[in-house]
Design a protein around this ligand. Sequence first.
Ligand code: 3HC
Length: 700
Amino acid sequence: MMGTVVTYERHGSVGVIRINNPPVNALSHAVRYGIMEALATASTDDSLAVVLSCDGRTFIAGADITEFGKPPQAPSLPDLLLTLDNHPKLTIAAIHGTALGGGFEVALTCNYRIALATGKVGLPEVKLGLLPGAGGTQRTPRLAGLPAAVDLITSGNPISAQRAMTLQLVDKVVEDSLEDSAIAYGVELVEQSAPQRQASALALSLSAEDKYLIESMKAKLLKKTRGEHAPQRILDCLIAAAESPFESGLKREREEFMKCLADPQSAALRHMFFAERAAAKIEKLPKDTQPLAITSVGIIGAGTMGGGIAMCFAQAGIAVTLVDMTDEAVKLGLEKIAKNYAISEKKGRLTRAHIDLTMANITTSSNFDDLANVDMVIEAVFENLEVKKEVFAKLDGICKPGAVLASNTSYQSIDEIAAATMRPESVLGMHFFSPANVMKLLEVVKGAASSDAVIATAMAVGKKIGKVSVLSGMCYGFIGNRMLKHYGREAALCLIEGSTPAQIDSAMESWGMAMGPLAVSDLAGLDIGYKAREQLTAEQKGDPASYMVADRLVEAGRLGQKSGAGYYQYDPETRERQEDSAVMSIVTAARQELGITPRELKDAEIVNRLTLALANEGAKLLQEGIAQRASDIDVVYCYGYGFPRFKGGPMHTIESMGLDIAVAQINEFHGRLNPEHWQVAPLLAELVDNGGQLADYHRE
Ligand code: 3HC
């Protein structure tokens, strides 16, 4: 196998093992096998040192994630690294791009490390629900000390080559000619009779300070990464590194790694890794479709949403013209942006120089004519179809031909908005989530006439401004909000049937949601849904039991956090939520009015009803072709709605519980609860009948 993905050649007294396994030189079976063979050759030839380097865009970016869960194939990575650690020649890793996970563990096992200044190193396994399983938890603290290792491995964030050199994880940094420099470094080390330095042989002990650090980190991560198993296991491995000899620590690391690998959390997080990358792909897009260049953007509406969107573009170096009806409105909008940045500066997240550069990308105007030359316009005005149609008709008369015209609407018909222009092919939806400068999700909504190039442009721009973009077809609420309606309905029904806001929210939060549904409603403002319902007919509003309490709360002046009370009472200082007996009086009155006898609901019923309501609607969206693939729905929920990534999104949740079990549960709800709410999605029934999987489903 050597010779295809791994080659070995001599450069004078130095042997070079070169890996070429595009796109990211992952440690697939062929790569491990090839390196093992090359090490064997190098151990018997007359080379004096061995350089390990990679072709293409990066050094090894880790184990091959696609191999996890499949039968193992020898040599395993730990076996390979044992051979590397005990190799008779001096070994040097030459790092460019990103040396990550198992890739960095290979480098840490070499005697020396040289890196390009642009290179980065890291141990991101925690993001996949794993821990470094090939010595990373044992070698990193031996080289860099425990505090740095705790940081690097529990955060999973890569660090620059320069920082790695400061931490003694890298020995030399060069500006260019990496491989030549690595060969020269090898010659130099041999000439100096440098020792074959093994990280595994370095001493490490656990000081009282380290012990304190790890204990406090454990407590901090229990809160910050609530419900996740890998961060705690990482800290256990780091303690083992300091308290036991290298071999015992390595054994402990292996055991913990295998536990992580078998944990459904890792399966979910690996699913999310591939889901995020799949979401960027547009099915059936003609190969020659080119996204349009976007160097300037107009944003209409300087409110919270428009301001947040402006920040995203300005931070990506794209010129923004922020427009509103009056000079006063744009002034206020700009002040709000400046205030947001000042908070980031205070927290040490951004420097003043960076903020000044970013703010310089934003100009303001109260004249729509100033949008004549921008490449893209994003409308973020009041959520009203007529107002939006007026704005688009106006833009049609002003903007240059070919400009992309996007609406940030959460619900309205992109087709009706597009019909207000003479260029419906240039119109589409770009639905940001609040706060837009923080939330990672961008729903790109395709209208019936939106052109391929315009869709590709919105997806590409989303990536450029750091969003995870998901394509949605046209329907009321698109992917996310259409599903949310069913989730919210079940939360309201659980409440009126016998639960309390605190039980519902804590059941969902203990399960993993970032915030329970009623606390989220309080945060968003209960008046928003109230106003939306006012425009609906009784039939459109649905079952009164699903909104009566919310209506009564608003009528009692309880609008949520902004009025100090909603489903909860809020501490004016800390904003902490507290249960409120006044809410339960409203709930009791509503129960009586509707003739509902309260019963005890178990937490499991609440979790099942809310998650299955989401997934059942998700399956309908998938079959209708609104979502391109099941994993896109998972991305929407994890990045836009606080669904726990370690559960993998609503569709992965039911796939992993078993679709047959999910369907049986929905049928049980159909028999016991409101049957209209619980109609099994035809796609789920079909998949159960033919043994299919959501992950493989593609609409013809
Ligand atoms: N295994 C398999 N495939 C991988 C991979 C990996 N480790 N890393 C990336 N890929 C694939 C991606 O799925 C993508 O495939 P696609 O083109 O078919 O969608 C392709 O490589 C390119 O990846 P990106 O689109 O992410 O490319 P970028 O240039 O944006 O980013 C990267 C490159 C920074 C290397 C990023 O891919 C990344 O972060 N990869 C994962 C790194 C990682 O988590 N490593 C640890 C693995 S676990 C481990 O090593 C366990 C060990 O301790 C035992």
